[in-house]
Design a protein around this ligand. Structure first.
Ligand code: ADP
Length: 488
């Protein structure tokens, strides 16, 4: 490893650091890995490929950074988070473009919504820690006071599907709580994190408060989560990886949260606004289905199946597949050829198993696009019903009554999100209460206040993020009890 000014590469006209950021300095690695664009699979940049020594140095820096950062007053910490949010807003276009090139996210969507949401994550937590008062009460002749103590260095491991937004979402509460962080972005989409790292320097974070480690999950990611100096681990990715991380966390008795995707039911009752439901159903193809919250299992009342399907096709036919830089594009390519092959593997196995492919079902030659696909499975046990595909592939099943709708909705090992489409308030409440999911939307989708809890049941995850839930996770919570006499 050598410490210097850091290597930079030009990505679509934006100069992007391609090293690690450790203890406030750019640090290289003897090896690099390449990142390519889903558009044309063009080479974008060669990124430092962290190893055990990188992980060791990053955790050491985070231990030092923790001393400095946790000593900031709440007001100073909040100011630094607001400064970072200001800088993110000022670099909106660059972040949006780099993310679009790196993983294929729609440029307009990034520019209009996701970068701003990233800044808002930091502002929300800056405000939450400022507003928070330690709770104090008198009981049993004592003054009781509950305090949150910063827990220590936190490892934050983020996925490739909405890299910038999901990184800020996980980093903001960790930093707001007073923890230093070691951020390991996904190797398929490392670039927007590099811009964020640079902004933490500009925002005046003390060295080691925010550290960026680039590299491969099984290599430097595994080394980071195994380090006993780490006091929190927060992860978004697959259940398989969560099992590895969970074992490492258990070995060191470290709390971890995991957000692991879903197989969301999209339940349409006969009394629903059918066109609104069908329109939204077609929009589950958004981001080429690379959305953990997506309602991928369409569960439709049997008596409206044909009408719903007709409207669904109408809306799906209108979706424009294209280059994510083009504002006319609705559906971008998948992020990686391996992922395209994985998605197609699910569809091929479904065909072999006798499931009916109602629309789509093929990759589009010469690109990483995959046709928006709808499958009617022969059985609820079909692989396409039970496993997360993370591509533009939905299934369609019918139900006879409310009880069957609920049973089908709850029939997978996942439990992240659910959507219910109905005109009946009482049914919305009944079915909403019966569905096993961390997030249930009725007649809407995706909108969430940042202070509301977020997380999944079953293999969709462990723990809850959002608002105070994430601050509690990142803190060691203390009860201070002082005998009444002392306080008089
Ligand atoms: P996906 O299957 O969607 O690519 P992964 O769970 O493999 O999701 O990856 C999500 C994140 O976890 C990425 O940042 C990846 O580098 C990281 N990762 C993968 N394997 C490990 C591991 N064994 N230890 C720590 N992090 C890992």
């Amino acid at each position: 490893m050598k410490i210097g000014m850091g290597t930079r590469q030009d990505v679509g006209g934006v100069s992007v650091p391609v090293d690690h950021l450790i203890g406030g300095s750019w640090v290289s690695s003897p090896q690099r890995f390449e990142t390519r664009s889903p558009m044309g699979w063009e080479h974008l940049a060669d990124i430092a490929r962290g190893d055990d020594a990188t992980a060791d140095a990053a955790v050491a820096a985070a231990v030092e950074g923790f001393e400095a950062w946790s000593a900031f007053s709440v007001g100073e910490r909040a100011d630094a988070l607001h400064r970072l949010a200001d800088l993110i807003e000022a670099r909106n276009d660059d972040i949006a473009l780099v993310e679009t090139l790196d993983m294929g996210f729609l440029y307009e969507s990034m520019k209009q919504r996701l970068v701003a949401r990233g800044a808002l994550n930091f502002r929300t937590y800056a405000d939450l820690i400022t507003e928070h008062e330690n709770s104090t009460w008198d009981a049993k002749s004592m003054r009781n006071q509950v305090q949150r103590m910063p827990a220590g260095p936190a490892v934050v491991i983020t996925p490739w599907n909405a890299p910038f937004m999901l990184s800020t979402w996980k980093l903001a509460p960790a930093l707001a709580a007073g923890n230093s962080v070691i951020h390991k972005p996904a190797e398929w989409s490392p670039l927007s994190a590099a811009l964020l790292a640079e902004l933490t320097l500009e925002a005046g974070f003390p060295p080691g408060a925010y550290n960026l480690v680039q590299g491969i999950g099984e290599e430097v990611g595994a080394a980071l989560v195994a380090d006993p100096r780490v006091r929190r681990i927060t992860f978004t990715g697959s259940p398989e990886t969560a099992r590895h991380i969970g074992r490492a966390a258990a070995a060191n008795i470290v709390p971890f949260t995991a957000e692991l995707g879903g197989k969301g039911p999209f339940v349409v009752f006969a009394d629903a606004d059918l066109d609104a439901a069908a329109h939204r159903a077609a929009w589950q193809f958004d981001d080429s289905g690379q959305v953990c919250l997506a309602g991928t299992r369409l569960l439709v009342a049997a008596e409206i199946r044909d009408e719903f399907l007709e409207r669904f096709h109408h809306h799906a036919d209108a979706l424009v597949l294209g280059d994510p830089r083009d504002p006319a594009t609705d559906i971008a390519p998948l992020a990686h050829p391996d992922h395209r092959d994985r998605v197609h593997g699910f569809v091929e196995r479904a065909r072999e198993a006798g499931d009916i492919v109602v629309r789509g079902g093929q990759p589009i030659d010469g690109s990483l696009h995959y046709q928006p696909t709808l499958i009617e499975p022969v059985s609820n046990d079909s692989e396409v019903v039970q496993r997360e595909i993370f591509g533009p592939v939905l299934t369609l099943q019918t139900f006879a009554d409310e009880a069957e709708a609920i049973a089908l909705a709850n029939s997978t090992d996942y439990g992240l999100s659910a959507q219910i489409w109905t005109a009946s308030q009482s049914r919305a409440e009944r079915v909403g209460a019966a569905v096993r999911a961390g997030l249930v939307w009725v007649n809407t989708f995706l909108v969430r206040d940042l202070t509301a809890p977020f997380g999944g049941c079953g293999i969709s995850g462990i723990g809850r993020e959002g608002g105070d839930y994430a601050l509690d996770f990142h803190s060691d919570i203390k009860t201070l009890m002082i005998l009444d006499d002392t306080t008089k």
